[in-house]
Design a protein around this ligand. Structure first.
Ligand code: PEP
Ligand code: MN
Length: 357
């Protein structure tokens, strides 16, 4: 079932100046007044208008730096007063929301550990009732798109209409190059289901290292995301949290200068004609794929009948292993990746087994 959200368009929030991408930047954590002011000044000089800083930090181990709490909100208010920036921070419970309201925080975001928890989401939604504060919801730590949508629904039902999302990747037990698995397919699915929802990427938490921020930001924008949330610290190596992934404001400038922002559409008639031709080709190929799949299913059913008549089990694992091995190798010759071929043929096999029952 498609679940609708009632949204206020982002250009009515009074936050982001076009052109895209929309940028939110600032330290992982507010640490001292000086660090907050110096970082904010550096970012404001780049024309960035939305400042982030963590005030309450969800850390894996107790005893690590867990944020400065309410005094940090006073430093952020100074950023707002002196630099005219909008300020935003993470909230994880009712008390955080009330402190943010009291200190005129302009926007809040929900962290990945919190969006995974419906009780906390409900508590936060209730606390935000009757406010006009925009809320950005990070994806839950686990790749569960419904949990993510459910978090947005809870806020929406409480009357929060200025809603957006942040894709920061997913926890994984596998050893990856990045701190979190990007899971771009989930971001793309989300974008397709809710095209009007402002969609940010968080390349800092996804990558876990300064070295990957440019490539992940580029990828996010190439996939049509609207903005980036980037961690920036005036002296990253001394940061009290997430030191490896923060950029100085100067490095943010350098990174943004290297990003290629592609148009979502071009009015050029050559472009339109070429695109129409290529899309027509795709339509024909899709039709061929469907027809071939139909023929394949007919054969599968005939095989099912033949097995039934001879009292043979539907699945012979060794046969399927051989088929997979062969299509992966043939696919490789066509330049198709192993993961892609495996995913397609496993889906075909599942449907085919179901049809033989
Ligand atoms: C953060 O943005 O500082 C943060 C804690 O992120 P996440 O919830 O994505 O881990
Ligand atoms: Mn962080």
């Amino acid at each position: 079932m498609e679940r609708r959200l009632e949204l206020t368009p982002v250009n009515e929030w009074g936050f982001f100046t076009l052109p895209k991408p929309m940028i939110i930047a600032g330290p992982c954590s507010a640490e001292t007044e000086e660090q907050v002011m110096e970082t904010a000044k550096g970012l404001s000089d780049l024309g960035i208008h939305v400042f982030r800083a963590g005030i309450w930090k969800p850390r894996t181990h107790p005893g690590s730096f867990e944020g400065v709490g309410v005094p940090g909100l006073k430093w952020m208010q100074k950023v707002k007063r002196e630099l005219g920036m909008k300020i935003c921070t993470e909230v994880a419970c009712e008390r955080h929301v009330f402190e943010c309201i009291k200190h005129n925080v302009d926007m809040v975001w929900i962290g990945a550990r919190t969006s995974a928890n419906p009780f906390l989401m409900q508590e936060i939604a209730d606390a935000l009732q009757d406010t006009d504060i925009p809320v950005l919801v990070k994806n839950p730590v686990n790749p569960d798109i419904d949990l993510w949508i459910g978090a947005l629904e809870r806020l929406n039902r409480a009357g929060v209409h200025k809603l957006g999302v942040i894709h920061r990747g997913f926890s994984s037990n596998e050893k990856l190059k990045y701190r979190n698995a990007p899971g771009w397919n989930i971001a793309v699915e989300f974008r397709t289901r809710y095209p009007e929802l402002p969609f940010f990427a968080d390349p800092s938490h996804m990558g876990g290292s300064r070295d990957y921020i440019l490539e992940l930001s580029q990828r996010a924008l190439d996939l049509g995301l609207d903005g980036l949330m980037i961690e920036s610290h005036c002296n990253p190596s001394c940061a009290l949290s997430d030191a490896a992934q923060q950029l100085t404001p100067a490095a943010v400038k350098d990174m943004l200068g290297k990003i290629v922002v592609r148009e979502t559409y071009s009015e050029s008639s050559d472009f339109k004609e070429r695109l129409a031709q290529l899309r027509a080709q795709i339509d024909v190929l899709d039709e061929n794929i469907l027809y071939t799949l139909k023929q394949r299913m007919d054969v599968s059913r005939a095989i099912g009948q033949c097995k039934r008549e001879n009292n043979v089990a539907i699945v012979q694992a060794s046969r399927w292993d051989k088929v997979l091995e062969s299509v992966i190798s043939r696919g490789g010759e066509y330049g198709l990746s192993e993961d892609f071929v495996k995913a397609v043929f496993n889906a075909i096999h599942d449907a085919s087994v179901a049809a033989q029952k």
